[in-house]
Design a protein around this ligand. Structure first.
Ligand SMILES: Cc1ncc(COP(=O)(O)O)c(C=O)c1O
Length: 438
């Protein structure tokens, strides 16, 4: 069998058959394309479950009192929520919609944490009504509303407070969240975190369980976690004098993955060693009891599991400038290159055994010049009808997909042991008009 090029960025079951076709989960992607068309997102069940288990094991083996809460914003739907719940993970949700999906999937509510810098009163009512495990409070306005909502429901809502430790994780400015100049969290530096804790402790229907922060994403370094954990624990110690008991502690998510062959992200064990080490050391030095730990990997669970499949259409050569290979998807199903200048590898799925011979730009079909999926992709010769596979596409692509230009969003398939399961169908023209009122 030919070897799979760029294997590092493909799902763990990916291989190439004798015909030179890419296989995922034992399924020939060309058969998938024949049946389901393109663009299509194929998630490999073994990679998904393997990543969830890797994070659970890495943390729980070092710190048994850890909850791994999958960050649903990376991508969630009913099938995926059920599958991940089977792996013993909880869920971080950021909207009523995400909360409704995990509810409908039957996830136990005490394993659900509700985040967001501007949760609506309606969403907070739903969270309290549905008995969501933790609301992670992010603003003074939210303290007021949540207290009112919990009082009206005659319950005490368990909450965490999101603080901003003022640590730069050295990632893209649009995905940096734990610095002072951020819309997220109460800054420790300005005294606002201290004031928020006082207000929450004085609110009779809010039960403060501990602290949360999230630095950004993806974070390729370990040091920002270590530094921020030190700052947050020192702050917890100081707030202990005002009555804060740190029962729970979360350094958020942000764990990186390899998008390109040359990317070298830390492993789940590396992150666990750094985070658990910093937490244990800090608690010991400050004489704090060890809290339970919550980590929130999103990208690291779903990102490596999926491959996006596209069909080549128009090929435009601008002599001396570049060759544009246009595919039938683009920024509508993956906004990340346009939004964050994100980079990807590309493989011709029906000629996966052939060495690259040219450098091209893989462009989408949307009416925007910025709709470029991969700049400078090294691929063999292609023609209309060939299939391009873009790996590491499972996180923040389908979840950020839009119906721009009124293209329906692609289907989501789950593959395992030679079987293909449709877990979300392609949107039809009727779907695109279904909410219109005439
Ligand atoms: C609070 C919080 N937790 C977790 C995450 C997940 O980040 P990642 O997908 O990089 O792990 C995010 C991402 O924005 C977040 O805001």
């Amino acid at each position: 069998m030919p070897t799979l090029p760029k294997a590092k960025v493909f799902p763990i079951t990916a291989e190439v058959n004798a015909a030179g076709h890419l296989l995922i989960g034992g399924c020939d992607v060309m058969d998938i394309v024949r049946e389901h068309g393109t663009p299509t997102y194929v998630y490999d069940e073994a990679t998904l479950r393997g990543a969830a288990r890797a994070y659970v094991t890495a943390f729980q083996s070092r710190y048994p009192n850890t909850l791994v809460a999958y960050a649903s914003k990376a991508f969630i739907n009913l099938g995926l929520a059920k599958l991940l719940a089977e792996e013993g993970v909880g869920f971080d949700v950021v909207s009523g919609g995400e909360m409704a999906v995990v509810q409908a999937a039957g996830v136990p509510n005490d394993r659900v944490h509700f985040h967001g810098n501007n949760k609506t009163p309606q969403e907070l009512r739903e969270a309290v009504e549905w008995g969501i495990g933790r609301v992670v409070i992010d603003s003074f306005h939210e303290i007021e509303i949540l207290e009112e909502v919990a009082a009206a429901a005659c319950v005490t809502q368990s909450v965490l407070i999101r603080v901003s430790p003022g640590v730069d994780p050295h990632t893209h400015a649009h995905t940096t969240t734990g610095i002072l100049d951020s819309k997220f969290g109460f800054p420790i530096q300005t005294g606002q975190a201290q004031e928020a804790i006082r207000q929450i402790m004085a609110a009779p229907h809010l039960g403060l369980r501990g602290l949360h922060f999230h630095l950004g994403s993806p974070i390729f370094e370990l040091e920002p976690y270590v530094q921020a954990i030190g700052i947050a624990l020192q702050f917890a110690k100081e707030m202990g004098e005002e009555g804060l008991v740190l029962r729970e502690f979360s350094p958020g998510g942000g764990f990186a993955i390899a998008y390109l062959e040359e990317d070298e992200p830390p492993t789940p064990d590396d992150y666990a060693e750094a985070i658990v080490g910093a937490l244990r050391r800090g608690c010991q030095e400050l004489n704090l009891p060890e809290p339970s730990l919550i980590i929130e990997p999103g990208r690291a669970i779903t990102g490596p599991a999926a491959v996006a499949l596209y069909t080549v259409g128009t090929i435009k050569d601008v002599p001396g400038i570049r060759t544009f290979v246009a595919v039938d998807g683009g920024m509508g199903d993956n906004i990340r290159p346009a939004l964050y200048d994100s980079k990807y590898e590309a493989l011709v799925a029906n000629h996966a055994d052939q060495p690259p011979t040219q450098t091209v730009t893989i462009a989408g079909k949307y009416c925007e010049s910025g709709d470029i999926l991969v700049k400078d992709a090294r691929i063999p010769a292609v023609q209309a009808g060939d299939v391009i596979a873009i790996p590491a596409s499972g996180a923040y692509s389908p979840s950020m997909a839009s119906t721009y230009n009124l293209n329906g969003r692609p289907p989501i398939l789950l593959v395992s042991n030679g079987k293909v399961r449709l877990v979300r169908r392609r949107e039809t023209y009727a779907d695109l008009m279904s909410a219109d009122v005439v």
